[in-house]
Design a protein around this ligand. Structure first.
Ligand SMILES: Cc1cc2nc3c(=O)[nH]c(=O)nc-3n(C[C@H](O)[C@H](O)[C@H](O)COP(=O)(O)OP(=O)(O)OC[C@H]3O[C@@H](n4cnc5c(N)ncnc54)[C@H](O)[C@@H]3O)c2cc1C
Length: 391
């Protein structure tokens, strides 16, 4: 059997030909502990529900990814992350969890209770049991000032370390076939709140980022030779803007253009060299890539299967518009990323197997030993887990 979230993984992590457990009725607020700075929710709560509930109580997560459609359990189980200098993935923000294991036991887990299970199940790939509740670290709601700004690739790569060091949340998108990037810097602000105006938000988020971009991608799919020109338009279309809002509204934005994605976590210092190699690989190939490459960061953490385990990390994500052949591009990118010691996002496309991953994760065997103990019969097994964890 498999517990599923909302099916936002690009991998078949939640797929099963057995019993599929859906999350909808595992949702909702269970407890708020203001003294401890934690909130407990049903594991099937969506990140949208979680964030809106937190905001209604004047609370917030420290960091998150760029959409909020996923469930808390699904996001945590694959190590979903945003970008951060000091604040890490959603898994790293988990302070407690409740897990139903293969023999039907209900384990309460935290740093003090069942600490070994807690350590691993913060990013458990659904392999250790069914998460029924998650407790997250939260803090009083704050404001983030977002600065979005086009910047040439040369400048972003030359100043990458400085941009990461000077900002709480730095990320950028590079448009292949061009030297254009869009950077995003989010930093805490004393306020006042100044959300994007309704018209401005509609033009930037809907018309340009979704409507126009989707239309351009569709043209590119029909006429691949047009893609470099499209990338130049897309790279130039977004203008600089600044706004201040509550964190989840700054971190997330609507993503209506369908795509496929692969993302690798690299040692931070490998990000710029790997990006240059990707640039060269695209230039000398016949690849036509309309979708930008996204670069984010995370601090090192201590979660056995976290892509940021034990090292300051930079993430490089490649995307391809739906129904466009992506294999050659992703293969080329994957070769570069693995040559720099990259670890693939568990929820995004990749071709790695247990043999490779065991070498990439110092605590891989600890995780699989725990899995052997908690699920010896592989009640929660599926094809994906057989590939990435071994039998
Ligand atoms: C448009 C888009 C944007 C994205 N943005 C980001 C981003 O910014 N950052 C990032 O890191 N990722 C991102 N992702 C990837 C996404 O966050 C992950 O793939 C996430 O796992 C999806 O969550 P889900 O609820 O859909 O889980 P599913 O994909 O349904 O399941 C994922 C895994 O969680 C397990 N699982 C689910 N519920 C439980 C449970 N109760 N107990 C035990 N195991 C469980 C499943 O078995 C499976 O192994 C994005 C994906 C899309 C499609």
């Amino acid at each position: 059997m498999k517990a599923a979230g909302t099916g936002h993984s690009f991998t078949a992590a939640a797929a099963t030909d057995g019993l599929l457990l859906r999350p909808e009725r595992l949702a909702g607020l269970r407890a708020i502990d203001r003294a401890a700075g934690t909130v407990t929710v049903g594991a099937g709560t969506t990140l949208r529900q979680l964030n809106e509930t937190l905001s209604a109580h004047g609370l917030s997560l420290a960091n998150m990814g760029d959409i909020m459609e996923q469930t808390a359990s699904g996001a945590v189980s694959t190590g979903t992350h945003g970008t951060g200098r000091a604040s890490a993935s959603l898994s790293a923000q988990v302070r407690g969890l409740e897990l139903v294991t293969a023999d039907g036991s209900v384990l309460s887990c935290s740093a003090d209770e069942n600490p070994e299970v807690f350590a691993a199940a913060r990013l458990g790939l659904g392999a250790l049991g069914v998460l029924t509740a998650l407790t997250f670290a939260v803090e009083p709601e704050f404001l983030l000032r977002a600065r979005e700004e086009p910047m040439p690739l040369d400048r972003v790569t030359a100043e990458f370390d400085q941009l990461v060091a000077e900002n709480e949340h730095f990320e950028f998108y590079w448009f292949p076939h061009t030297t254009s990037c869009v950077t995003k810097r989010n930093n805490r602000s004393a306020g006042p709140a100044a959300p994007p105006g309704r018209i401005g938000a509609f033009v930037e988020d809907e018309l340009l980022s979704n409507g126009l971009f989707g239309a351009l991608c569709a043209v590119g799919r029909a006429v691949p030779a047009a893609i470099p020109g499209i990338a130049r338009i897309a790279g130039r279309a977004l203008s600089a803007r600044t706004y201040t809002d509550v964190p989840y509204k700054v971190f997330t934005s609507p993503r209506r253009v369908r795509f496929l994605e692969m993302e690798y976590a690299l040692p931070r210092e490998a990000a710029v060299p790997a990006l240059r190699e990707l640039w060269a690989a695209i230039e000398r190939s016949r690849l036509r890539v309309a979708f930008p490459v996204e670069v984010r960061t995370a601090p090192a953490d201590d979660i056995p299967l976290s892509t940021a385990y034990g090292r300051d990390t930079a993430y490089i994500a490649v995307h391809m518009y739906r129904s466009v052949p992506y294999q050659a591009y992703f293969r080329a990118a994957e070769q570069i990323m693995t040559s720099h010691g990259g670890r693939p996002h568990w929820g995004k496309l990749h071709s790695r197997d247990a043999g490779h991953l065991a070498a990439a994760y110092p605590k891989f065997e600890e995780f699989t030993a725990l899995r052997d103990r908690l699920d010896p019969q592989r009640v929660f097994g599926n094809d994906y887990l057989r590939r990435v964890l071994g039998a």
